[in-house]
Ligand binder design. Sequence first.
Ligand code: BGC
Length: 723
Amino acid sequence: MRAVELQDLLAKMTRQEKINQLLQLAAGFYIDLDAVTGPIEEMGLTEEMIDNAGTVLGISGAADVIQTQKKYLAKNRLGIPLIFMADVIHGYKTIFPIPLALGSSWNTALAEETARISALESAVSGLHVTFSPMVDLVRDPRWGRVMESTGEDAFLNAELAKAFVRGYQGTDLTLDVERVAACVKHFAAYGAPVAGREYNTVNMSERQLREAYLPGYQAALNEGAKLVMTAFNTVDGVPATANQWLMRDLLRKEWNFDGVLISDWGAVKELVPHGVASDEKEAAILALKAGVDIEMMTMCYLNHLEDALEAGEIAENLVDEAVLRILNLKNDLGLFENPYRGADVQREQELVLSDAHRESARKAAEESIVLLKNSGILPLASQQKIALIGPGAESKDILGAWSWQGESEKAISLAEGLRKYVPVEQLMIAKGCEVLTAGSQTEVAEALEIAEAADVIILALGENSDMSGEAASRSDIHLPQVQLDLFKQLKKLGKPIVVTLFNGRPLDISELSQSTEVAAIVEAWFPGTEGGNALANILMGAINPSAKLSMSFPYNVGQVPVYYNPDNTGRPEVGRSADEKYVSKYLDIPNEALYPFGFGLSYTSFSYSDLQISTTKLTPSETLKIHVTVKNTGNIIGKEIVQLYIRDVVGEVVRPVKELKGYQKIELAANEEQVITFTLSENELCYVHQDLSFKSDTGEFHVMVGPSSHDDGLLKTSFTFIN
Ligand code: BGC
């Protein structure tokens, strides 16, 4: 349809039809109406409203979608099709590692491929829009939703955000019916709730918001993402869903976003408990004025916009604008011509959870699993007698909290993965305890007995999937005590212990990390459908681990938030003697994280040498080339993530101690070396100044290149930027 035809269509719509377009309901209202009769009445909904709501959330499966769309169109006076949306966050039925794990892969091509497959499986199952990518920058592992983010760095997050959008949407969403539209969320700064408590207030300056938190969303939008979802939180005191500065001035005017803005679930009505609207009508007015087009799962628009319009409390054109944006999205999806789009029962059967997709999921997990500690015990030899102990040993609860369509019984457990390598008589298995409850005496005894008989213990610990994700904040980010108790018993045996972790957030694992009995720690995150195969491949050495953390692991929860790029203080610890008192430090732990951003080990080793820059005086019209030689000094092939950081030594505003400005994931054969080149120009030196302008400062810049954000291991040089 052409733009003018959409205008004509809008002109034909009644006011009620327009308001109905702004409503989004969940699947139950379409699939199983009887089950929601009570709520329907309470919500003031009529069947007619349901029949005319513009979008729906959570219906999928080609047959169901086709049937629902058919029924819907039969009743819809103007034949405006329904959009089917859902949360496909890291896979539809083939579940990939959680986004925080994909962040650890630092591999944008891989991230794009996971999104492409997610889109393909979703589209053939009838979906049109996914509520992904979630690009909220995160620094506080108490917040359960860190699992949905790619981590603590604005630059890496932005690269991955773009990759996800490309993977979901492809290059022509209208023609390519096996892609879906992407919805960037949660706008804005949802990842910074005070004290890591879910839905809590966010407090930050506009400068910080622009510098650290906004780039991810903006990158996704520049890549063409079609929708934005509002955040639950406040931004400078005003809930995002009612925040005219955020949504109108910044998102629509400054960034020119003309796509669909959808509220988060219930967020319009929540303006009342937030205390910025006295009732639902005021909530509706505030949200519409802020530019929210679709109200998800509450009825403020539906029940009150008509009155507000009648009373002249809101301008009719605001409703028209919102409807037009929704019609535009329907048109961009090609739904007027083909309301069933990619929904295809046969393709669905062939493609969803296919072997090829499983293989991609396995590769993604292999690149996302981070080796945090290794005394040399890994990889394991298949002749060793292994005691596989712990709640994660045979667990299939490894998909993570956001695997809506994922079926955990189809996931490969660690035990299943290991059995492919280790003969039955050499792989003894005992749980010892559950994730949260202690094992019986017999269960513990059994675990100790097999441990005694083994050469090495693999202790599979972690969280269950509902301990992270939405509404899963934790004030204590240790492993559950029952697991630590099991560890303490096992450690008495003096056998080497390889700890594997399935979890959705950086945990406090200081005790494990410092224990000499723990010979290795492998962070597997929630690795998805093929998790057990991927982890076994790493443990047994078929795959050399190559992931590096995209979010720091703290020493303890008291250090949170700890991230690699804090601003410098006037009393920095660096360069002072250890006994100096009045410096910015803790008395009991280091300032740096236990395992910092960018850290991850390999079974081989890499050396960095010969850092060179093309000039020591950079001008605005030039680019700076940075060269470094990276060598695989071990005897097996391996991948390395080469990281480039800079520091603006003197700024108008205090600058972070380092900022990631580039990275390359390379593969080197044993003894192979490669010269890696990065390029910097003025743009990479710019930051948000006091007056909120994005510009650079002249003066000295440090350049640091190395294997992680930790100072040890970074090669350093500097240049001066002159104007
Ligand atoms: C979450 C969103 C999600 C929405 C729809 C909300 O509770 O915050 O991330 O997209 O539900 O399921």
